[in-house]
Every structure is written in structure tokens, then in C-alpha cells.
Ligand binder design. Structure first.
Ligand code: 4NP
Length: 166
């Protein structure tokens, strides 16, 4: 059985592809067995950048700070994602509200969380949109996501143990 995570921001070219790739990086560091069981993807609430690779400034920050190459192409969040994923991680409150506005009956609300709720070292409640700012904003996104992805990995591993013992 696999556990499926979807990271969501506005454009799917900065924060959510960074989150997806950092999560895969942490999973790989933990060994192959986790990689088979935790599946990561990302999407944007907007259609602005469909098909585009990650923003080069985000790519540069990930390479410089973690030595990882960001992979993927932007796609838009769609209603079927509610069924297809176990957890949906919104980067900021606006993303969170936009996602939930598509869940007309509220039946998937329990799957949608703010990414920063999984941080243990940072107190920011949202991952700030770095798009119109300088390189420091992109570095901050990496730091925040590293913290949140670490907490998320722990959470998912605990959930898996619970599921298996049910
Ligand atoms: P992201 O960043 O949501 O982290 O991918 C943005 C990308 C594009 C735009 C805004 C934020 N935009 O306005 O085009």
C-alpha cells in the first residue's frame, strides 16, 4: 500500500515543486523501502504556468542549498486529486482556501493541511510566495520546506504504522 502526498501552491513552479523534490530527497536519504511507499506530486491552483519547469531561481536555490535538481512540469490542481491523494499540503492560506472551494460537500477537508503545520523549528504559518522577491526569499522557502518535510515524513511514517496495525 502506498501513501500519496500532493503539494500545492499558486503557480506550481516555485514552492510546491520544491516541496515535492525536497520530500523525495528526504525519502531517498531514509532508504529505498520508503521510496516505494510514499509517492509525491505537486500542482498549482492556477493555470498560469501549466507545462513549465520549476522557476530557475527556485532551481538555483535548491541546487545551492541542498545539491538537488528540481524535476517536474507544472499542472493545475483538479477535483480528482481529492480522491487520488491521501494528504494535500497547501503552501499558504490562499492556496488552502482555493483548494477547499472545490470541495463542495466538505468531504475531503480532512485531507487538506497547511504545510507549515508540520514545521518544528520555524514559527511561520505559511510558506511565503517568493515569486516577486529576491533570492533571499527562495532560500527561505528551502529552509522552511526542509523543516516541514521532515515533520511530514515523521507524521506519514507514524500513520503508516497505524494503518498496518489496523
Ligand atoms: P508558486 O509561485 O505559487 O510558489 O509557484 C508563483 C509562481 C507564479 C506566480 C505567482 C507565484 N505568478 O503570479 O505567475
Amino acid at each position: 500500500m502506498s501513501y500519496k502526498l500532493l503539494f500545492v501552491c499558486l503557480g506550481n513552479i516555485c514552492r510546491s515543486p520544491a516541496a515535492e523534490n525536497i520530500m523525495n530527497y528526504l525519502i531517498e536519504q531514509n532508504g529505498q523501502t520508503l521510496g516505494d511507499r510514499i509517492i509525491c506530486d505537486s500542482a498549482g491552483t492556477s493555470s498560469y504556468h501549466i507545462g513549465s519547469p520549476p522557476d530557475r531561481r527556485m532551481t538555483a536555490a535548491a541546487l545551492q542549498k541542498l545539491g538537488i535538481k528540481l524535476r517536474g512540469h507544472a499542472r493545475q490542481f483538479q477535483k480528482s486529486d481529492f480522491q487520488d491523494f491521501d494528504l494535500i499540503l497547501a503552501m499558504d492560506r490562499e492556496n488552502y482556501d482555493d483548494i477547499l472551494s472545490l470541495d463542495l460537500t466538505g468531504q475531503y477537508q480532512h485531507k487538506v493541511h497547511l504545510m507549515c503545520d508540520f514545521c518544528s523549528q520555524h514559527t511561520l504559518k505559511e510558506v511565503p510566495d517568493p515569486y516577486y522577491g529576491g533570492s533571499e526569499g527562495f532560500n527561505q522557502v528551502i529552509e522552511l520546506l526542509l523543516d516541514a518535510c521532515g515533520g511530514l515524513l515523521q507524521y506519514v511514517c507514524n500513520q503508516e504504522v497505524t494503518r498496518e496495525s489496523l
